[in-house]
Design a protein around this ligand. Sequence first.
Ligand code: NAD
Ligand code: UD1
Length: 337
Amino acid sequence: MEKTILVTGGLGYIGSHTVLTLINAGYKPIIVDNLCNSQPWILTQLEKLSGQKIKNHAIDCTNFSDLEAVFKNEPIHGVIHFAALKAVNESVHEPLSYYNNNVKSLLNIIELVSKYKVRKLVFSSSCTVYGTADKLPISEDHPIKTAESPYGSTKQMCERIINDCLKAKKIENAVILRYFNPIGAHSSGLIGELPLGIPNNLAPYIMQTAAGIRSSLTIYGNNYNTHDGTCIRDYIHVMDLAEAHVKSIEVMEVSATSHTLNIGTGKGNSVLDVINAFENATGIKLNYTYGERRIGDIEKIYADTNLSEEILKWKSKHSLEEAMRDSWKWQMYLKSK
Ligand code: NAD
Ligand code: UD1
């Protein structure tokens, strides 16, 4: 029988791609998503792409009794916990919402994972927990510095909570994944990232500029100490990221084990590298200008992926150009809707 994996935030950007990857790997995903940052038609897209019915419980993970009803009624084998608020700027202005949503949701999940003896938990963390890198590529044992935003702080707290609960044997196994910069979309172009309002992140801003929704992209600074003066990040295709979640569940199938792992490509690319990849992949010339540095931006960060490759037997496969091509397909699909 297919094993049931509860995917909180499964209608969001990374969650929706993971739901499809789980199905392809023979699991049965069940979603909990309150739609605070997604839309009901994403579920229809997932059903179209997978050719099967998928259940979404439209409830809030901060509501313990609603969430417990799902654990009572479904034979949950593992949990992948994506549900969280993720806008760094917004978190600075609305810290209480971020602490309440991100931390409370995780506390509820842990309590239920413990009560219903679910032996596999995967948690979405972020490279934002590191802050500025002392050494690159950055490895998992890099010191964790004071978070630069309430959002980053919730991820640090959640990691700490999981590790304390593992030590106290409240939960058996957990894999914490520190994502670098997710980009791209499913190659069908039928699901992807749905930014609300003006995007803060680079890839959706590029797409909306090319689509004529924004007039021009501002590159935040071109006087950094990098090969072309623009900041460097580790951009990872969302389908590679999705696969890392399935591998994390599989690792916990084989042995009782817990890990904290970087999920990136191991390669650093500059803002101009991303723009070039977009132009090469689509043949579209992007309108951009150089502006001031953005406050809080880190000059460069990219992942040391040795540990994740060893533990998960996984490696990112997609190129920057593939990611740009897939995001563009998704942008075109949104335009046609
Ligand atoms: P997203 O906003 O697209 O998806 C999150 C989903 O969770 C949304 O569909 C939203 O409706 C749902 N949700 C939020 N709070 C909820 C709650 N209390 N109860 C039920 N559903 C709730 O975000 P994403 O980009 O897919 O990110 C997924 C996870 O990965 C988040 O934890 C995020 O912090 C983390 N992460 C994201 C990035 C990134 O750049 N996208 C980078 C690092 C880490
Ligand atoms: C941001 C978050 C980080 C989060 C990550 C992925 C901050 C400080 N950090 O990181 O916590 O994990 O998103 O969601 O917000 N850029 C431009 N012009 C734009 C937009 C971006 O030049 O219009 C540049 C930025 O300066 C940066 C790069 O593109 O160098 C990537 O930016 P972005 O997509 O916002 O991600 P991060 O800053 O890496």
